[in-house]
Design a protein around this ligand. Structure first.
Ligand SMILES: Cc1cc2nc3c(=O)[nH]c(=O)nc-3n(C[C@H](O)[C@H](O)[C@H](O)COP(=O)(O)O)c2cc1C
Length: 391
């Protein structure tokens, strides 16, 4: 009789799976229990305070865009190709000079300390172990300096871009640190109503510091400044415009990735004003609601860009098949946030790494089954919309 572990080793030998699997103890290591992103989601929900869970998983207002972001994948059908030699499956690609083992990137996310202690650092270590590129909000300088950090792009939402001086100081620091790109999020100029968080009376600053402890009766301390409805939106100063992007372009050679594009006209403007890439994104359905799914917005943006710069996409990608569909519609890479945050909440950095590995291997398996052994062989003919007749 052979043990489960021996059998697994045999399977690994047969399929030539990645070496990190060989040293893994499937019987005793809890991080290897969940078999997909949804299993990690269940674990994260069980482990987290309900208030932190709602902040992680929720969307804005009716959460219509949030539901759409998953539903839309059902309307896109893969057209598999048979009798193609897929004995070796190569996921490697290059985005703006960054060599990637696989086309899946960690999106920026605030609030990581609500999900795990030292969340930002845990994610960065997890991303480095998974050999993935991370878009970060910062706070990992020590890790970067130690040389053990992941490849990274720095997030900005406009604060550092108020004047040429602040822009210059910002990019100088990034260039010195070896940052590989700047991700400029353009869809968060006002903060939406995340109604779960409003009902929970979440204090937004807790998302950065981590939630305070509950008292013996399970109550949170009263929020000093809870997220409220009925406040007229206004911001103290002028907000960034396309001109800001042009100015940023003029002060750095670093690639600038514009995140939050949903329409062809803006994709075209991004190219004209100096973006190096765009991410088709609705901020995980956490900002304007009723914008549909990003996988639906992707084709018009790809068409408008017309190959001039890479187009990336995020929003609701949970499966290898979802990622395959995004690539087939023209995305150069797919970014994810909640999936690795589920991993973070469940197990810290090892959970982050494992989620990325599961997505990577699921994508490879689906590519093997679909007859596309490398990224270059994935094209628009690999998918059709459900209503689209292929005669
Ligand atoms: C908890 C959380 C915090 C986020 N914070 C930010 C942020 O600070 N800046 C940003 O550009 N996007 C932020 N996002 C949006 C993600 O970068 C990304 O666009 C989106 O979540 C992708 O969808 P997915 O979570 O379904 O993968 C956040 C998302 C989540 C879930």
């Amino acid at each position: 009789m052979i043990s489960r572990r021996q059998a697994l080793r045999g399977l690994i030998g047969m399929f030539g799976t990645a070496p990190w699997l060989e040293s893994q103890d499937y019987d005793n290591d809890p991080v290897l229990g969940p078999i997909n992103v949804f299993d990690f989601r269940d674990l994260a929900r069980k482990k987290l305070d309900p208030m932190a869970w709602d902040y992680l998983d929720g969307g804005s207002e009716d959460e219509q865009a949030l539901r759409d972001s998953r539903e839309a994948f059902k309307n896109l059908i893969i057209r598999p190709r048979m009798l193609v030699d897929t004995s070796k499956i190569d996921l490697s690609t290059e985005v703006l000079g960054a060599k990637l083992d696989y086309p899946i990137i960690l999106d920026p996310s605030g609030g990581k300390n609500c999900f795990f202690k030292n969340g930002e650092m845990e994610v960065a270590k997890g991303a480095a172990a998974a050999k993935a590129l991370q878009i970060t909000n910062g706070g990992i300088d020590d890790l970067i300096e130690s040389g053990k950090g992941p490849q990274w792009w720095q997030l900005t939402t406009g604060g550092q871009l108020q004047s040429k001086q602040t822009m210059r100081a910002f990019v100088k620091r990034l260039e010195a640190q070896g940052c590989q790109g700047i991700c400029f999020t353009v869809d968060i100029m006002h903060v939406s109503h995340r109604e779960r968080d409003m009902h929970n009376k979440l204090e937004r600053s807790w998302c950065e510091s981590g939630l305070p402890a509950r008292d013996v009766n399970g109550n949170m301390p009263k929020a000093k400044n809870p997220w409220r409805a009925g406040l007229y939106p206004s911001r103290p100063g002028p907000l960034p415009t396309w001109q800001t992007l042009e100015e940023l372009r003029s002060v750095t050679k670093l690639p600038i990735v514009v995140k939050g594009i949903m329409i062809a006209e803006d994709a075209d403007r991004a190219v004209k004003h100096g973006a190096s890439a765009i991410i088709v994104s609705s901020h995980g359905a956490r900002q304007l609601d009723h914008v549909g799914a990003t996988i639906e917005a992707l084709p018009e943006c790809v068409k408008a860009v017309n190959g001039k710069i890479p187009v990336l996409v995020d929003g609701g990608f949970r499966r290898g098949t979802d990622i395959l569909k995004g690539l087939a519609l023209g995305a150069k890479a797919v970014c994810v946030a909640r999936p690795y945050l589920y991993g973070l909440a469940a197990f810290g950095q090892r959970g982050v790494t494992r989620v990325m590995q599961l997505l990577q291997t699921e994508l490879a398996l689906n590519m093997g089954l679909a007859g596309v052994p490398n990224i270059a062989s994935i094209d628009r003919s690999l998918v059709r919309w459900r209503h689209e007749f292929k005669g």
